[in-house]
Design a binder for this molecule. Sequence first.
Ligand SMILES: [Zn+2]
Ligand SMILES: [Zn+2]
Length: 321
Amino acid sequence: MSVTGFPGYLPQANEERTQKLRNLCLYLHVGELDTGWLAGMQLMYYQFRDAGLKVHFTVEKGQHHRLETFENEGAARLFDQFDTVVLTSATLAVGGRFDYLKQRLGIQPANEKVLPQEFDFREQALREKITAVDAVLYTHTHADHILGIDDLRPLSFAHKPGRLPLYADPGAAEFLRNMFRYIFDADYKFGGLPQVEMKAIEGPVELFGARFEPVTVIHGETPILGFRFGSAAYLTDHSDVPAESLDRLRGLDILFLDALRYKPHPTHSTVEQSLKIVDEVKPKRAFFTHICHDLPHAATEATLPPGVRLAYDGMKLEFEI
Ligand SMILES: [Zn+2]
Ligand SMILES: [Zn+2]
């Protein structure tokens, strides 16, 4: 359970509440730049740890508090009508309902509102009838890019007796091994786990006769990877592309790049910034991805130069690899 969106409850952690939380595993996530919550949540982490609770505390480098960002964009309206808001994820539903969680937290009765998850590998794979995956290349370890790992499970079985290879830079590989220890450190004899193996990216990755060249981009304050393969390149998340990386993106037929919205964002590129990158490296075709709800499809495309389009779900392109 993430308690990031649980204001007013944990700071008054009396014995009764602490008991209720004892059997849960608590995940406290806070943005490094959120000074209002950082110190308090760290203190809470020490208190809970000392009280013998299972608790993990992670600081997201270079990030603001997610709710604060959300709130600044007018989403406060969503929460205004409530005294206390608990944000959780579908993984804590039992039989599609949150009754068990609510009972454990002692917060019944409570209203529920379901916010659909837009990054759903399973739904997308079913829609596009993807029945085989040969390898996975990770760009970085943010949740929207890694939480589909369990849905690789049925696809990984086709690799038996081998394993589906996953590629990530050494830091990301270590993070993924830790985060998904039940997969990577498993001592479980009865099958059922994704049959995957983690391989560290130390340079270009040769796969099936094609060369996937890692291209470093800056995502907030973190260097992460994009990939160039043949005449195409795919950069998912970036707020800056260093000059030496721009040089490796010249002469492309297709460039996919991040263009979140018009308004500046600490970890993502804006339409204006991405158009500058396109202008600089001059791919024949450019497609904006990681776009948010601020960019209505047709209206945005009408303002873009002809060689630049918004990517969309189910898009299929041909290129030289
Ligand atoms: Zn990211
Ligand atoms: Zn992302």
